[in-house]
Design a protein around this ligand. Structure first.
Ligand code: PLP
Length: 387
């Protein structure tokens, strides 16, 4: 039995996504900018996908720009917003962001850009009073505020609508990295009042290497990479048509699921049941950010005194795939910067694993994990594994 509980790292492409991509590569492989018939057909396939993605996001197709993924999408928005308003050279973001945003901010800061790091409460939610203070003091110098909608490690959800209202009043571009949100929760673009939202196909059962920006018309965000007229001049370079087609199919399936999925749908309660079972059977286990608003699919669980890498290897031997913090930081013994920024003590951060499911995770997979995780932890605790 295998249990794949690493859906925040990536999700399995749906069979219909794979089929659509394969047929696109066989039959719609022309350059979508070419004027001949084959090119026009490739363009049509891509424009259908744009409609499907726009429909998932609740925006118009023209608002959607395809990119090579969530990382490029977020960086394009942030750098484009800073470039658009030289008189407002500062950026505001949080230490809890995915490395795609956090490390961009750190590198800008190292090269002289003013970066305001938003204060958050111990539960990982942004402190809105502190944000008000920041905007009063520095609002006029900030071009863009970038805040993720839901955290990839803990699932903690940020109050995006409240932040959007404040950014609007202060004339600051608001970007939200919604990579972990899109496809799992609805997006009501027109009600939200944000300027740019970024997402990634592979987190919603689509292919890797494709993402999208949804941008409010007129938002002060420049194209940062000239070199071609593609994507309405917003992103130069020949489009990844097959990937975009796969993204469209995945977006359509996610939208259909969201339309019929109630807050009490069985898959939404799977992870809570797993958390309860682990906490009840493993002495000392702690659910991080347990009291915060969280995505239904993500659980960050600490086994203080153990090392996450050792837990993950043992779990993998027993058929359970999970992660320690962000996938890109596994392999390193440094605890995740996000858990650190949340103020978790080192033994808790070192012993934290992330379990993340999708709408396709089965009850059998969760049953398997519920049996195996406590056994593995007990084994490691008995062996007195040093950290
Ligand atoms: N933002 C968040 C919150 C993520 O979880 C990820 C991927 O894990 C990214 C951005 C980067 O997306 P991509 O892998 O498509 O570049």
């Amino acid at each position: 039995m295998q249990a794949y509980l690493d859906c925040n790292a990536t999700t399995q492409p749906l069979p219909e996504v794979v089929d659509a991509m394969a047929s696109c590569m066989r039959e719609r492989w022309a350059n979508p900018s070419s004027v001949h018939r084959a090119g026009v057909e490739a363009r049509h396939a891509m424009e259908l996908a744009r409609e499907q993605v726009a429909s998932l996001l609740g925006c118009t197709p023209r608002a959607v720009t395809f990119t090579s993924g969530g990382t490029e999408a977020a960086q394009r928005v942030i750098l484009g917003a800073i470039a658009a308003r030289p008189g407002r050279p500062a950026l505001a973001t949080s230490a809890l962001e995915h490395s795609a945003v956090r490390e961009l901010a750190q590198s800008l800061e190292a090269r002289g850009t003013a970066v305001h790091w938003l204060r958050h409460r111990p539960d990982g939610v942004i402190d809105l009073d502190a944000l008000d203070e920041l905007l009063r003091a520095h609002g006029r110098s900030i071009s863009v505020l970038s805040l993720m909608w839901a955290n990839n490690e803990t699932g903690v959800i940020q109050p995006i609508a409240e932040v959007a209202a404040r950014c609007r009043a202060a004339d600051i571009v608001l970007h939200t990295d919604a990579v972990q949100w899109v496809g799992r929760e609805p997006v009501e673009w027109s009600a939200l009042g944000i300027d740019a939202l970024t997402c990634s196909a592979h987190k919603l059962h689509g292919p890797k290497g494709v993402g999208a920006i949804a941008m409010r018309p007129g938002a002060a965000i420049e194209s940062i990479l000239p070199g071609g007229p593609q994507e309405l001049g917003r992103r130069a370079g020949t489009e990844n048509v097959a990937g975009i087609v796969g993204f469209g199919v995945a977006a359509q399936a996610a939208r259909a699921w969201l339309a019929q999925c109630t807050p009490a749908a069985p898959c939404r309660t799977l992870i809570t049941a797993l958390e309860r079972a682990i906490v009840a059977t493993v002495p000392g286990a702690i659910v991080n950010a347990a009291g915060s608003p969280r995505l239904w699919n993500t659980s960050s669980i600490a086994f203080p005194g153990l090392e996450a890498e050792a837990i993950l290897l043992l779990l993998s031997e027993r058929g359970v795939a999970a992660s320690a913090g962000a996938a890109c930081s596994s392999g390193s013994l440094e605890p995740s910067p996000v858990l650190r920024a949340m103020g978790l003590p080192d033994p808790v951060a070192h012993g934290t694993i992330r379990l993340s499911v999708s709408r396709l995770t089965t009850a059998d997979e969760l049953d398997h994990a519920t049996r195996v995780i406590p056994e593995c932890i007990a084994k490691l605790q008995r062996s007195g594994m040093p950290r």
